[in-house]
Design a protein around this ligand. Structure first.
Ligand SMILES: Cc1cc2nc3c(=O)[nH]c(=O)nc-3n(C[C@H](O)[C@H](O)[C@H](O)COP(=O)(O)O)c2cc1C
Length: 392
């Protein structure tokens, strides 16, 4: 369990602790094609100069956070989806140096980094950003990535036991001990010294997106922010994949958020719920929908889409044809998970407001091409959310 002082005298200065009722972050900009498996020629290439430009735009526009994807191995396909990725911790350091107020996360696969090395990298990032670094901890995900490192994946739930010890080590390295020993199941460490500590006597915000029972329990114990999909809330509300009314969707989201918060409260933790999605915003609804269809479906990188499904055990030989076709389409349309938020500025603002009405604290959004699409989103959607009282 984390034992670092949570009282934060500079809370108001940190972007993730600001007064915005609905936090908004940009998600996945460190990966080629970001979160849309598309061969569209304008797709995101994730070059460093583009990432840097985007971070400055986001910082100036009042966006709350940047969340990278920790990805070591691409999915292939004609676009080589996620074939080119910038490492997240070093990416965060560069962007924290280039910005003034935004929180920048690093995503760490616990089994791939020794916790003392990671703890020091994160402290360094946090010092560069003067308290603006955040940690997204991943316990394990795509098998092929671990094979690439020659690291064998533990059985699923045990990954979170390991991650717990990993966080405990990091937590002690970040807190005010001169020297400590750690005698765990996975780590036996002697006479550990770790200085400096995170910036300003506090610690980086921690998030996780575990989906399973073990993953969610881990997040409840250790994290400030839990990322989950509200897409299934939409389906659960309808009982089918059809469009449901806003009221039903808000109700279903509210139920899901309340359940998660209650889980946290049972162990004395106040946890905030976040979600993720792809945004396509254009002056008219039709333009937005047309572009969504073009980028995500007409120009889909189907080989990459199928590879993502395969990694989750969904293959044509094990899945009835109609079900497989539906899952393949759902995967392409959603922009690798989460809901698509597609429409005019009014529609997108309303959809995001509905999340907030359901108790969601924030959303990490992605675009087909951030430099083409984010400025319009910032200019048109953010002021609408401000008018609704959801953002400053
Ligand atoms: C918002 C969000 C961000 C995530 N970031 C990453 C990531 O950067 N790298 C990664 O390998 N997995 C990432 N994941 C996957 C989760 O960490 C987790 O492994 C997955 O949801 C499966 O959950 P489980 O471990 O409880 O089975 C992310 C998931 C979500 C929803």
């Amino acid at each position: 369990m984390l034992n670092v002082n949570r009282a934060d005298p500079r809370a108001a200065r940190l972007s993730m602790h600001n007064g915005n009722e609905l936090k908004i972050g940009f998600f996945g900009a460190n990966c080629s094609s970001a979160r849309t498996a598309t061969v569209a020629p304008e797709r995101w290439l994730a070059s460093w100069p583009d990432c840097r430009k985007l971070a400055v735009i986001a910082d100036d526009a009042g966006i709350d956070f940047l969340l990278p994807i920790g990805r070591w191995k691409g999915y292939g396909g004609p676009s080589d989806f996620h074939g080119s990725t910038l490492e997240t911790m070093t990416w965060a350091c560069g962007l924290l140096g280039a910005t003034k107020r935004i929180t920048v996360f690093g995503t760490v696969h616990a089994p791939l980094f020794h916790p003392l090395i990671a703890a020091k990298q994160m402290v360094t990032a946090d010092q560069i950003g003067e308290g603006r670094f955040g940690l997204n901890i991943v316990a394990g995900w795509n098998e092929g990535e671990f094979e690439m490192f020659g690291v064998e994946q533990r059985p699923h739930d045990e990954r979170y036991d390991f991650a717990q010890e990993w966080v405990d080590v990091v937590s002690r390295a970040w807190s005010d001990e001169e020297q400590f020993d750690f005698d765990g199941r996975y780590f036996k460490l002697q006479a550990v010294r770790a200085k400096p500590k995170p910036f300003g006597g506090t610690r980086p915000l921690i998030m996780n997106a575990g989906h399973s029972g073990a993953g969610q329990a881990f997040a409840m114990r250790n994290c400030d922010a839990f990322f989950t999909s509200t897409g299934d809330a939409r389906l659960a509300a309808a009982g089918t994949a059809q469009q449901v009314s806003d009221e039903k969707l808000i109700e279903a989201t509210a139920r899901k958020v309340a359940d998660i918060k209650a889980d946290g409260a049972r162990i004395g933790r106040a946890i905030e719920v976040y979600t993720q999605g792809q945004v396509i915003c254009r002056p008219s609804q039709k333009e937005a929908e047309d572009y969504h269809h073009y980028a995500n479906v007409e120009q889909a990188d189907w080989a990459a889409v199928e590879r993502m499904l395969e990694l989750r055990g969904v293959t044509p030989d094990k899945t009835p044809p109609a079900e497989y076709a539906a899952k393949r389409m759902q995967q392409a349309v959603s922009g690798i998970g989460g809901n698509p938020y597609v429409g005019s500025p009014d529609t997108v603002a309303e959809q995001l407001a509905n999340l907030s009405r359901g108790g969601v604290r924030g959303i990490a959004v992605s675009f087909v091409n951030y430099l083409n699409d984010a400025p319009y989103f910032c200019a048109e959607v953010l002021p609408r959310l401000a008018k609704m009282g959801l953002r400053g």
